[in-house]
Structure formats: C-alpha cells, structure tokens
Design a protein around this ligand. Structure first.
Ligand SMILES: Cc1cc2nc3c(=O)[nH]c(=O)nc-3n(C[C@H](O)[C@H](O)[C@H](O)COP(=O)(O)OP(=O)(O)OC[C@H]3O[C@@H](n4cnc5c(N)ncnc54)[C@H](O)[C@@H]3O)c2cc1C
Ligand code: FES
Ligand code: FES
Length: 1356
C-alpha cells in the first residue's frame, strides 16, 4: 500500500521487528527463543502440551476490532504472524518490575511446581481475558486451559488461582469494587478495572506502549501497535531454505498460485502440515497461506444453510454456532448444536484458534471429528479452480481414500455449506477418545434423522450417518440408511440398525490402531444412544407422546444413555495445620514461583549458550534386536554444517551402567532395542544434526526379539546378576495356610497386569557439555542425579572424577525419569565434547525422549490368596515379573520395592513373594515415582477386591478388616510403629461419608441402565528410605555472609517438589532468620560430592537433616558471639555474622546425615529396610458410561499423613499432583509398543510417543470435588522437624479411582447378568471399561469361547 513500509513485520511485546529473511520453515517458537525470549517453552513441538502458548493479536479490518487468541508457537509458522502483535510471557510482568495479576494469581495459589508448564498457562489465561468482552465464567476458564498440560500440580491450584478472575468467583483476584463492574464492559487484565480505553486505544495507553522498547523487560500491559491497525495486508512471497511462503490476498491470486504450483501446500493453521513436516519429514517447496483471502474467511447465513469460508477458524465456527443457536432457535440449529458440542472436545483452544474448517476437511483424516458431521448433515463443499471455475461436491462423495479427496491439484476448497434442520429433524454428534479433553477420536460419528409423525408413530423419512475411526476414511453407511428409511422408530428398527451397521463398518481383528472389538462396539453403542436421543427429542418437541418409549422398548432407566457429558467447574478443600512461631510449618510459596510465572526461570536449555556451541543428535537403532553389520556416516558427514560423527570406537571405555555394567555408551556389535544409541552426529544447528542423523546408514542382521513379559517367561529371558536380582521374601508357613484355605474353598488365584507409564516431565532431556584445558568437563544437565553423570562421564572418558563437574539448577519435572537415563545421554554428549573440545548441546525431541529413555515398568503378578470367612487374608503366594527392557538399570531395586509393598497395607501372616526382571528388547525401563511400590500395591488391591466380591461384601469393609494394627510386623520384619494408617483410613471414610454415598450410588445404578456409579476406598502404606542402604546419606554446605544472608548448597535437586524451599525453611528455623534470607542456587558435584540421586521421597528428610546438622554447628560457634552481643542485638543475624567474622569464626559449615537403624539383607533374615512408613487413604467415586467406557471422576477425599508438615502448601501440592499422576496411570495412560498383541505397530517401536497419542490427565480429568486433608497432630519422631516424606506415597492414593471404576463396571455387569468376579487390568481405559461392562451390544463382537471376560490387549 502507498506509504506503507513494504517489509514484512511483526511486533513482539510491543517492539517492532522486521521479519528475518529466508525463514519460511521457521516456527514462531524458534524465532522467539532466538530473540532470547526463553519463557516460551518447547515441550512437545506438536501442539499437544501448551508449554509454548503465546498470544497473537491482529486487527480485523472488516469488524474494526483487535482480536486476541492463544496459539501454540511451536506450530505457528513465523511468516504467518506477519502484521500481528505477539505477546509472550515476558511481555506481562517480571519479578523485578512487578508481576501481572494473572502471574500473581498463579504464584499465590501455589500453581507452579517445576514451572515448565507455567508460562503456557499464564498465556492461555491472559489471552482469554484479553479476548473476552466480558468477564469469563469459571467454565470458560477451564476450557481455555484445555490445551495446557501440567504433570506436577494436579491442576487444582491452577484452576483455583485463575478462578479468581471469573465473573462468579467468590474470592476475586481484583478488588470487590472492580469485579462488580458491568458485565458488558471489557476488563483490563492488568488492572482489573473496566476498560475505558477501547482496548489500548486511548492516548494514555498509546503512551504506555510507546514507552516499551525492550521486549525482554516490558512490564506494562502491551497495547496493540497503532501501526498494525493502519497497515493493509499485502500479498507476500517470502523465501526460505527449501520453501517459499506465499500469502495471496484475493481469491484470484490464490487460484493463480494453485494453478502455477499444483503441488503447493495450502497452510491455514499449520496444525496438520506442521506435524507432517516435523514427524514425517515432509518437505513442501511452495506454501500458500489462504488466511487473508476475504471470500475464504466469510461466514454467511442464507435462507436454509450456513456457508463457511474454508479458512474460517474452528473457534469462529464454534462462536458462530453458539450465536446462531440463540438467534435461530433449536428447530433450525440441531446440526449447529451438534457441531458446537463436537468442537468442545476437538483439540485445545490453541489449535482451534488457528486451525481451519478447510484444513480439517482437506486433511481427510479418517478420524476427523467434523467430517462425519458434514456427511450426516448433508453438507456440500464448494471447490474452485482458475481454469474451470466453481463446482460443488456432496460431503459424502468427497473422501476418496486414505487422506485423499476429490480435489484436483489446481483446485482449492472455498467454502462449506451446511443445511439448517427442520422440524422433526435431529442431528447428534458422538466421539470417544482415550481422554475427553484435547484428544483425537477412537471412534467419532455424526447422525441425522428426519421423521414423519403419523398417529403418534414417528417414521424415518431420511437418515444419514458419518463415521470416523472405523475405516481408512470417513464413511457414510448407505446400507443402514437404506434399511432404516421408511421404518417406524421402534425396537425392531433399532435391532435392524444394530444388525446392518456392522455390514457398513466391517473391521479386521488386526486393523491398524487395534481395538477392533471396542471400535465396533462403540459404533453400535452410538447408534443405540442416537435411537434413545431421537425418542427423547420427539417427545420433548411434542411430536409424539411418551408412548414412544414403550414402542421403542425403552424405559426410564434407558434414557440417560443419551446424555451429553457436561460437568461443572471442579471444587476442592484443603485441610492443613500451620505451625506457630517458626519458618518451618508455614505454607511458604515455592522459592522459584515468581520467576516461573514470569518465564524468567532458567532451565538447562534456556541458559545462554557459549560461543561456538555445536548441536548433537543421536543415531538410533530402528530394529529391536540386531547385529550391526556396517555403519556408514558418509552422507551425514557430507551435509553442509555437519562437524562429525562419533560411535563406539570413539569411546575410551564403552561399558557403563548404573548398578551393573551391562550397557554401552554406543552399541558396538549388537543393538538390543529400537532407540538404542549407535552414534552421535554433531552440527551447527539442531535441525542440521537431526537431518544428518537420519542419513547415517546402519546395516543390521535382524535377530529374534523378545518384546513382552510372556515372551520373556517362555524364553527364560531374565536379567540375572547375583546380589542384585531374583530376590524374594518368605514369612510364616504359606503352604500350610494355603492348603487349609483351599480345603475350605476360600482361595482366589489369577494373574494381574498393569501397564507401564511415561514420565512425561514437561521439560525433555537436555545435556550441555564443555571440555576445558586439562580435560576438565563441565556439564549442565536436566538430571536428578548429577553425581551419576560425573561418575559415568569419568568412567567412559577414563578421566578422574575430580575433572568432571555436573551442575543442575532446576528441572522441568523428573519423576524418576531423569535419574539414570539422563546420565547415559549426558555421556553421549560428552564424547564429541571431549574429542572436539567444543561445547555440545544435546536436546531430545519429545518423541525421541519418550521412545528411548524408558518408563515405569509394566508388571505381571501371578497370585494365590487364601482368606477366612470374615475376609481376613491368611496367605499370599505371589510371583512378580517386571518388563525391565534391554538392560538392568534400576529394575532389580524396583522389583525389590514391589516385593516389599506386595502386602499393600494389610497384615498377612503367611507370605511368599518373589520377583524376576524380564530381559526384553524394549528400551530399559527405569525409576518412576513409587519405584515398584505402586505395582506391588495395586496387585494387592486387585486380589483384595476379588476376595471382597467373592464374599459379597463391600470392598472397603474387607480392606478395613485387614489393615495393619499398631505393633504388627510386616512380612520383611519391620514393626508398625507410630502407625497413622487406621487414623487416615477412619478419617477419610468418615469425611467421604462412604456408607451413605454407597447407598446413593446403588440408587443411582438402579435408576440408570447405561450409567453406573462406583465407589472405593483404598489405603496407603509406603516405606521411606533407599532400599540400597548405603544411599541413605546426605551432605550440605551452609555459608553465612556478613549481611546476614545464607547460601545453602546440598546434594538434592529441585525438580518442582519444593525441596529447596523446604530446606530453606528448615535452615531459617535453625538459624532463627527469615526464609527469604536463605538462598539455594543450584546443585553441583563440586560443592557437595557423592550425593545420592534426588529420589525415593527421602530428599527433604536427608538434606533437611544435613542442613540442620550444619546449622547446629554454626549455632554452637555463634553462641559465644551472641552471648557477647546480648539478646537484643543477637536478633539481628547480620550483627551476629559481622561480629563472628571480626572474631575470626568460621561462618561456613558442612552438615552430614545418615539415616539411623536401617538393617536389611536379602539373605532370608528379617530387618528394617525403611526409616518409617507414610500412610494415607483415599475415597473416590466415579460415574461411567457403560456404552462408551467414558469415566467421570465425581469426587475424591484424601487424608494423608505428612507428619508435622514442613510446608503444608507444598505438601498439598505433592498430594494432589501425585494423586492425579497416579490417576493417569490407572485410568488413562497406555503405552503401546509393537509386540505380538499390537502387530499393527513396527516391532519394538513405541507408538504412543508424544502427547498426540499418549494421554496424561488434563484439568478436565481431576475429581469434580477434590478434598485433601493433611492428617493433623501426627508428628513423626523419625525425621527432620517431625515431618514425613511426601513425594511418592500420594501416587498410590489413585488406586481408589481404579477400584471405583471397577466397582461401577461390576454394577454394569450385574445389570447385564454377568459374573462380577473379574480381573481388570490397569489402566482402566475406555476400552477396558466398555468391554468389561459387556452386554448385548458388545457381546456380538467378542468371541467369549476361551475367556468369558474380555481383556483388552496390554503392552506388558
Ligand atoms: C494437538 C492437535 C489436536 C488435534 N485434535 C484434533 C481433533 O480433536 N479432531 C480432529 O478432527 N482433528 C484434530 N487435529 C487435526 C487438525 O488440527 C485439524 O484437522 C485442523 O482442522 C486442520 O486445520 P489447519 O488449518 O491447521 O490445517 P493445515 O495444517 O493448515 O492444513 C491441512 C491440510 O489442508 C489443506 N488445506 C487447507 N485449506 C485448504 C483449502 N482451502 N483448500 C484445499 N486444501 C486446503 C492443506 O493443504 C493441508 O493439506 C488436531 C491436531 C493437533 C495438532
Ligand atoms: S511445545 Fe507447543 S504445544 Fe507442546
Ligand atoms: S508445574 Fe506444571 S509441569 Fe511442572
């Protein structure tokens, strides 16, 4: 435009930037991080975690308004941001300059632990506030966070913090005055005041904006830059390394481009293309963005249809549907309601805000959520080309094959026309996925029926279906539609529909994606729901009387089958005790909270890189077991920008291992899993290194692979290392007791299985390594075990430990996953650093991290349990197997803990339990919160549940009968001392009001055939200490400075759990100063040597005690000084330190602690492996949809024994976070590897390697009512400050969810006349839940000849 600067520009945090040249392939995230704005994090790179959320604002010239939206910077192409204003977390507030209210709310609600997800949450909330014209509702807040994952907090504090911005919030973040402002007035998120400046339009606001010239330190509300309002979009053609980015601004321009470049890729939201480029390595030389073509962004409502331009975003579609349903009324908008409801569960807001209607249609995904609805609604697609003009295609004829459509190369989709509905016409959407929020469907469907009603009988005038997830493309069901046309809506017609639908939707048992029986059952279940729904709507609309139900063979109890899932905003209460008069016991905010909410907190990959740093990428095995025949790096080395390739021959000592030496840094002769490192490529950039790593040719002779526990048992394939493996414990006389029980017919026997679990720390693994003169190496790593890095690097490079320093400041989550496996990666990075004497950075992509770094072990337990008529467990005989993977790693210790915890929380007089670690060709499995304890305990609860059902008693009654009493002895000889087990149980059961709620659940179940409620109470007993006794030692350094401040360094790592905050509180209490005066900077092997990993929940105990020891030494030295200063002056620690200094007193102390009284040998003798036990209890109630397998967690009540809590806020955070992570393990998260049960996946390969396929809980999964009590008045005599450990034990509380689900499933089975003594494997995914419920719809698809109960396939 005339007078307009032709350079492509964007604004970032108020500062103008000219777009860099040659970056057509660059994402906004890479650009922002390149600017030094490292608050925006890379968590996954595929739009699945929200860690990269930023707000993008643009000026809508047609509407004359500024629009704000949250987007995922990892999928947003940089050039797509031309002419926009990007706000990152740094644009809001800073610790020095003051926090933004959104940041303050999150920090004060204790909503950040590791903090890696935190900037993303801040930006999602901020964008919601900016984009709304009125204050948001609580539900809008929850929905706005649907695309953000947090692995630490359990979401409750995040929701609670942000709830204060809701219009109906009781405790507003703003002043009462402000929150009472008119609902129609926009609220300024910075001040909380009603906006009077037209969103940054006033001269004052402009002045504010003009004052901002530094994007990194901007602290005030960024206004929308006036230049961008004036700027008229122009066509762009911006080149990149491979691609050219075109942005036409007219339809003719778009069509001309498509004619000139038939292979051009259209890119709207890039949420599909971005994933293809990253994960399928697709290259598109010509990219055309149709986002600025006016015809494609229009929404028009005609007489009988809604016409949507192809570039209309899904958020606009959602808002349009919402508005039109109000203005046009329900008769005309049945289709729009269905689309709106479907979009609620379509991706997260960041994806919906950018992705387009046309992008979804043209991707032609077989699991698209909208395409089935377009088909069912009879939509038409408008298509245009320059040469042939426009044409229309019916949606049902558009999809030709797997991701292929009727579009010719020179054509574009211009619009979708959706017919409005008429009286007696009903549309309904269906979707079942692994997780409700932000997940692609397993099966998704749209159904529409139009009825003629004569004499109170509804007859099908027209019926149409669209199904996704049932074939290689979205399909209509012509046979079913034809069969049903003209039929009355009766039971007979339903039977016909259920019999015909499978003919339209055939599926082979080894279908890609698996779950054949479930998917077929779902399709028919959806049909049944639609049938019920139509009856309800016909009656509600007054078209028929309620006689329709009896004609349809339905009764009252059937009707809830058709309910849509809606739930209110979650609530919760926390009951804690705060100690008086000490820094210990206070709910102090996490030391890093303020820098986490502002994005200033530095993680390993955020640290300013030294000049000359090179980037590395691993070359990984693609076969599960093979002999290496040849490695040829020539093509990789020939790539410009590549500096070297290193393999086994370059490692001075290639043999390493954390417990036993059974691994290699790089495979030399054999690879033993997919993802086994074979070498490492070093290049100028990470992208070049990754590209080159794919060019290294490795030839293998493939060998037979063992992929699961059953195969390992059959092949006798175990890790056997004397002293480490094949342990067992025997107590009492199992054979005699079992024989007695068997004679009386009181034995349950079976095999229990639980799957593994991915850690899914939000920050993927990072290693930075420098090699100095004298071969001294410094490494910064995201690790829980710096000392292990030091040791393994020293060993691999044959250099002494005193030349290797490993540092870590904070982790973006660890959960055990960054204990040993991080060290191996660090060694890989150290090899090129050592040889090249160059700084090396190795950052794993999320999917690589998940595929190669191991997980929680899947376990199999073969058990036999004898019990008394009262349900007392008399004998347990158990053999445990874990899937250890290709090396031993920590698997033996993990098995040991499973053996210790296989009694659950129950006194069993006769126990025999042994364990073996299966050697398989999967990546080595490793530590994960609970370390084998959860597997041992869930098996105990599985057989306990069966015993209760055999006896026909509520499970909580039988559990209670068996709980340990004070003074009783465990199977390994440790006595229950100061046990709080029964106190926790009694309080939890009472608080949850289990008896009356069980009665209410029974009443609900009687009134609902297809929804069932279940309730369960489960206890926790968890031993605290490393079971390798030598590891129970800790050191700390305490330095006092002359200004009265104190620097503490200890061996523990801060990974979000608040260890540093607690240690600071303890130190402050010991020295009699404020917590703020104590600082803990980092963990480093040159400060505190030989530290044990931060693991086993023991770190607060260990380092708190070590710091206490140091402080006591200091206090002893300072006592005479204080005496001399007198009581008044001694209150000022600065005075004390200064006086001590002048008196030449050492103001530094080294503290030391070893856990006392531990005794344990694996020689058959009994002992005391644990310092003490943590106790707890939880009660959960769920509601399941027996037709779809969907689970809704209604309420959880927890009572947890944390001793006298050092910091109740942090402890509640650990309890809630641990519980929700555990809930993920038992109810949501499923790892799927290519194995004999998953033949559609390449052998040994992890299919679920990313947030797209692996589903951790979201905010929508947490209990609707979530009450947590830290047991009051329960001091622990055996740990620092009378506290107890809290990291791992709460994870086990989630068993209550699993058994509540099982309880509901059993209610469904009872309703279907089926046996309730069933084995249900963990996790209780929708597939397991649906299929275990059984019933006539699913029975058709399951051949029960060999096994009466369906057991879904499980990678185990
Ligand atoms: C985290 C995440 C979650 C997701 N969840 C879901 C989900 O729940 N349900 C679901 O169905 N999908 C889901 N998807 C898939 C995807 O986001 C959607 O299909 C989305 O609608 C694609 O739109 P887009 O504008 O981003 O497409 P783009 O990636 O920009 O384009 C996709 C394809 O469409 C073509 N195209 C775009 N516009 C036109 C046009 N006008 N004419 C011709 N061709 C065109 C492009 O060339 C390209 O091939 C998800 C994706 C992500 C990353
Ligand atoms: S990093 Fe962008 S969504 Fe995960
Ligand atoms: S605080 Fe959310 S992932 Fe750690």
């Amino acid at each position: 435009m005339e007078g307009q600067d032709a350079s492509p520009i964007l604004y970032v945090n108020g500062k103008r930037h000219v777009m860099p040249e040659g970056k057509a392939e660059q994402t906004l995230l890479a650009y922002l991080r390149g600017l030094g704005l490292s608050g925006t994090k890379l968590g996954c790179g595929e739009g699945g975690c929200g860690a990269c959320t930023v707000m993008v604002s643009n000026y809508d010239r047609a509407k004359g308004e500024v629009q704000h939206r949250a987007v995922n910077a990892c999928l947003t192409p940089l050039y797509a941001c031309e002419g926009t204003h990007v706000i990152t977390v740094e644009g809001l507030g800073t610790k020095r300059g003051g926090l933004h209210p959104v940041q303050t709310a999150l920090a004060h609600a204790h909503g950040s632990q590791c903090g890696f997800c935190t900037p993303g949450f801040v930006m999602s909330m901020y964008a919601l506030l900016r984009s709304k014209k009125t204050k948001p509702t609580e539900l809008e807040i929850e929905e706005a966070l649907g695309g953000n994952l947090c692995r630490c907090t359990g979401y409750r504090p995040i929701l609670e913090g942000f709830r204060t911005f809701a219009r109906n919030a009781p405790d507003s973040a703003y002043s009462g005055e402000t929150i009472n402002g008119s609902d129609s007035t926009p609220i300024c998120p910075s001040t909380g005041q009603p906006c009077t400046n037209g969103c940054g339009d006033t001269p004052a606001a402009k002045a504010l904006g003009a004052a901002e010239d530094d994007p990194v330190t901007a602290v005030r509300e960024p206004i929308f830059p006036p230049e961008l309002k004036r700027r008229v979009p122009t066509p762009l053609a911006l080149p990149g390394a491979i691609a050219t980015w075109h942005r036409p601004t007219t339809l003719a321009g778009l069509l001309a481009l498509k004619k000139a470049h038939p292979d051009a890729r259209l890119v709207c939201g890039n949420t599909e293309v971005g994933v293809e480029v990253k994960f399928k390595n697709m290259k598109y030389p010509v990219i055309v963005a149709p986002t600025h073509v006016p015809e494609l962004t229009e929404v028009t409502i005609a007489e009988d249809s809604l016409v949507l331009g192809a570039s209309v975003t899904l958020t606009t579609l959602l808002n349009t549907c919402e508005t039109l349903t109000l203005t046009l009324g329900p008769v005309r908008t049945s289709g729009l309601v269905a689309i709106k409801e479907q979009l609620r569960w379509f991706a997260g807001p960041q994806v919906r805000n950018v992705s387009s209607v046309g992008g979804n249609v043209c991707t032609a995904s077989p699991i698209s959520d909208l395409n089935p609805l377009w088909i069912a609604c009879g939509a038409t697609f408008e298509i245009e080309s320059l040469d042939r003009g426009a044409r229309r295609v019916a949606a049902r004829d558009f999809f030709k094959g797997y991701r292929s459509t009727d579009l010719k190369p020179d054509e574009v989709l211009t619009a979708v026309a959706l017919p409005l509905t008429e009286k007696g016409e009903y549309v309904r959407e269906f979707k079942q996925s692994h997780r409700r929020e932000d997940d692609i469907a397993i099966v998704t469907a749209g159904m529409r029926a139009k009825f003629d009603v004569v004499d109170n009988v509804p007859t099908v005038a027209e019926i149409a279906f669209g199904f996704g997830g049932m074939s290689f493309k979205t399909v209509s069901c012509p046979k079913t539609s034809a069969a049903l046309a003209g039929k009355p809506w009766t039971d007979e017609t339903l039977k016909l529909a259920l019999a015909t639908l499978p003919k339209d939707l055939p599926m082979s048992p080894d279908v890609p994606g698996g779950m054949c029986e479930f998917r077929r059952s779902l399709a028919n279940s959806f049909m049944f729901k639609f049938y019920v729904d139509c009856c309800r709507r016909l009656e509600a609309d007054g078209l028929v009387t309620d006689a329709v139900y009896s004609a349809a063979g339905l009764d009252e109890a059937d009707l809830s089958a058709a309910d849509r899932f809606h739930r209110p905003f979650p609530r919760g209460a926390q009951y804690t005790q705060v100690r008086d008069g000490s820094t210990v016991g206070q709910p102090t905010m996490h030391q890093s909270a303020e820098v986490q909410v502002t994005g200033e907190a530095e993680y390993a990959d955020d640290i300013a890189k030294p000049a000359g740093m090179l980037h590395a990428a691993l070359v990984l095995s693609t076969v599960p077991h093979g002999k290496i025949l040849d490695i040829d790096p020539a093509a990789a080395l020939a790539t410009p920008g590549v500096h070297g390739f290193f393999s086994a021959k370059d490692v001075p000592n290639n043999v390493i291992g954390p417990a036993v030496l059974d691994e290699e840094v790089f495979a030399s002769e054999y690879v033993t899993c997919v993802g086994h490192p074979v070498g490492i490529v070093v290049a100028d950039t990470q992208d070049i290194a990754l590209e080159a790593s794919r060019l290294v040719r490795v030839k293998y002779e493939e060998l037979p692979a063992i992929l699961n526990i059953d195969e390992a048992i059959a092949a006798d394939s175990y890790h056997t290392w004397p002293g480490f493996t094949d342990h067992g414990i025997e107590d009492g006389d199992v054979d005699a007791a079992m024989a007695e029980c068997e004679a009386a017919g009181r034995v349950v026997e079976g095999d229990a299985r639980c799957g593994g679990q991915e850690h899914f720390y939000l920050e993927p693994m990072v290693s930075l390594v420098w090699c100095g003169d004298n071969d001294d190496l410094i490494t910064i790593s995201s690790t829980q075990a710096p000392q292990k890095h030091q040791k393994l690097i020293s060993s691999a490079l044959k250099i002494p430990c005193n030349r290797v320093v490993c540092k870590t400041k904070r982790l973006g989550g660890g959960f055990g996953g960054k204990e040993t496996r991080a060290a191996f990666l660090n060694v890989c990075a150290a090899i090129p650093a050592f040889h090249m004497r160059k700084p090396i950075s190795l950052v794993l992509d999320r999917h690589v991290d998940m595929a190669i770094t191991g997980q929680r072990h899947a376990f199999l337990g073969k058990y036999k349990v004898g019990y008394s008529p009262e349900g007392k467990i008399l004998a347990l005989d158990m053999m445990l197997y874990n899937n250890a993977g290709n090396s031993l790693d920590l698997s033996a210790a993990i098995m040991d803990r499973a053996i210790f915890h296989s009694d659950g929380a129950y006194k069993i007089p006769n126990v025999r339990v042994h364990g073996r670690c299966c050697k398989t060709n999967l990546p080595s499995n490793t530590a994960f919160r609970g370390f084998g304890g959860p597997q041992g305990v869930i098996f105990a609860e599985m057989w306990m549940d069966r015993v209760a059902r055999k006896l026909g008693q509520p499970a909580e009654k039988i559990r209670h009968v068996n709980l340990y009493e004070e003074g009783e002895t465990c199977h390994f000889g440790q006595v229950m001392e100061s046990s709080q087990l029964r106190a926790c149980w009694d309080e939890a059961v009472a608080k949850a009001d289990v008896d009356s709620r069980r009665a209410a659940a029974d009443a609900f179940n009687a009134a609902n055939k297809h929804r069932k409620r279940g309730i369960a109470a489960t206890p926790v007993k968890f031993g605290i200490s490393f079971t390798a006794l030598f590891m129970n030692q800790a050191g700390a350094l305490v330095h006092c400075y002359l200004d009265g401040t104190v620097l503490v360094t200890h061996g523990g790592v801060e990974m979000g759990q608040g260890l540093h905050t607690k240690v600071a509180q303890i130190c402050a209490a010991e020295l009699g100063i404020e917590t703020d005066s104590v600082y803990i900077a980092e963990t480093s092997t040159d400060k505190v040597p030989n530290a044990s990993p931060t693991a086993a929940s023991a770190s607060s105990d260990l380092y708190g005690a070590a710091v206490t020891d140091a402080c006591r030494q200091l206090n002893e030295r300072l006592a005479p000084v204080k005496a001399q200063l007198g009581p008044e002056k001694s209150k000022d620690f600065k005075e004390v330190c200064t006086a001590a200094y002048f008196a030449r007193i050492d103001l530094s102390a080294h503290g030391w602690y070893t856990t006392p009284d531990l005794v344990w040998q694996w020689d058959g003798t009994k002992g005391r492996p644990f310092n003490y036990f943590c106790f707890g209890a939880a009660v959960s109630e769920v509601e399941i949809d027996t037709l779809s397998g969907d689970v809704n967690l209604l309420r959880t009540d927890i009572v947890m024994d944390c001793g006298d809590s050092i910091n109740p806020a942090l402890d509640v955070g650990q309890v809630e976070g641990g519980f929700v992570q555990g809930m993920g393990w038992v109810a949501l998260e499923e790892l799927k590897y290519g194995d004999p049960d998953h033949k559609w996946i390449r052998p040994g390969t992890l299919f679920t390697a990313g947030p797209g396929t692996y589903k951790i809980p979201t905010a929508n999964d947490i209990p609707l009512e979530f009450n947590v009590t830290l047991l009051h008045n329960a001091p622990n005599p055996r740990a620092v400050a009378s506290s107890k450990a809290v990291g791992e034990p709460p994870f086990l509380l989630a068993n209550s969810v699993f058994f509540a689900i099982k309880d509901a499933v059993c209610a469904a089975r009872a309703g279907n006349g089926l046996d309730t003594d069933i084995t249900m494997d963990s996790p209780a995914t929708p597939e397991r839940v649906r299929m275990a419920c059984g019933g006539p719809i699913s029975d058709v698809f399951y051949d029960s000849t060999n096994a009466p109960v369906y057991r879904a396939k499980l990678t185990c």
